[in-house]
Design a protein around this ligand. Structure first.
Ligand code: FAD
Length: 299
């Protein structure tokens, strides 16, 4: 909801035209975002790797309906893959398909995705597709399935809150890479579960099912209840599962889990559209609004 308000108010133009607002909001965003540009994303990524975490990295953007902007986004991701390759850094490049063409046509998203896949082939670099609103799920899964049948190293995110997800997971019969999240978007009640113990139980069942199906699973959450259950059930002790957390969210928890020997991946976003990313983080956890205000006034 916050994001659609941001879009309707044209926050992008507002932020770009008001240097003071830009500076204040940016200060709050820097808790969760590495910076505006690729070198800043890479520097943060190197630091994450140096501290013993695995790395995901995202060039922020979504819902791009201008073909030229889609090309620019794909070019930025190619440059990111190239830089990771040149620096010998293992990493997972994450993105929304709606950033590289899905809003125009699934075939454009597929073409850009497979071009990225060709560039990453033969390296340790993975490509990881984020999951967006439920209205896009069919198209995202279809592009993913088509590309994953041709290229290894492409992963997909599934949202536990959607009622359809157990069936979607069952439909992914070839072992691959799967990230399981609760879901960041507001969805209608008849399609989804709200945050609840029932959702957590579904989340854990999905993780167990994905492991049984032979997938490599990223358990992407900051929820103590899920993390404790995952550890109690011994799901992190094999080589098939890891925890994945967002940069700047509960960093002390990530550090403690890492020091206890658990495999942890940190998801580092960068890019000029950081204000949308900040809206996401506030929307999924409203107390972040207070934190953002504190960050803004202390800037
Ligand atoms: P919640 O029940 O939301 O939160 C549990 C506890 O974690 C909270 O009580 C709080 O202590 C802490 N916490 C959670 N969120 C925050 C926050 N923003 N700031 C501070 N503390 C917080 N969603 C999608 O829909 N599509 C995606 O492709 C996607 N990719 C993701 C990739 C990664 C690596 C991660 C970690 C999340 C991703 N998400 C994605 C977001 C996800 O769906 C959730 O909205 C987000 O992870 C918060 O849910 P939670 O599991 O942490 O549990």
């Amino acid at each position: 909801a916050l994001k659609s308000i941001a879009r309707r108010l044209d926050l992008k133009a507002y932020v770009e035209q008001n240097p003071q607002v830009n500076q204040i909001l940016r200060h709050a965003a820097l808790r969760y975002v590495a910076g505006d540009r690729l070198p800043e994303g890479l520097d943060a990524g190197k630091e994450i790797l140096r501290r013993g975490y695995s790395l995901s990295i995202e060039y922020i953007g979504e819902n791009t309906s201008d073909a030229k902007e889609c090309e620019q986004a794909a070019a930025e991701m190619k440059a990111l893959i190239q830089q990771l390759k040149q620096s010998g850094l293992p990493g997972r490049v994450s993105f929304d398909l709606s950033h590289i063409g899905l809003m125009i046509s699934p075939s454009l998203a597929y073409a850009n995705l497979t071009e990225l896949a060709r560039q990453a082939e033969g390296t340790e670099i993975e490509l990881f597709i984020s999951m967006e609103e439920s209205g896009k799920t069919d198209r995202i899964l279809s592009v993913y399935k088509q590309a994953a049948a041709e290229y290894s190293g492409i992963g997909i995110t599934l949202q536990a809150h959607l009622n359809r997800t157990p069936a979607d997971l069952a439909s992914l019969t070839s072992p691959g890479r799967i990230r399981i999240v609760k879901g960041a978007y507001q969805e209608p009640d008849h399609l989804s579960l709200a945050r609840s113990p029932e959702l957590n139980e579904r989340y854990l069942n999905l993780v167990e099912l994905a492991i049984r199906q032979g997938h490599q699973v990223s358990i992407a959450t900051h929820d103590d209840a899920i993390i404790n259950a995952v550890r109690d059930r011994g799901l992190l002790s094999g080589s098939q599962a890891e925890l994945e957390m967002l940069y700047g969210i509960r960093p002390e928890l990530a550090k403690r889990l890492r020091s206890e020997g658990n495999p942890i991946r940190i998801y580092v976003p960068y890019g000029r559209e950081w204000y949308l990313y900040l809206c996401h983080r506030i929307a999924e956890y409203p107390p972040n609004l207070y934190q953002a205000v504190i960050d803004m006034v202390s800037g």
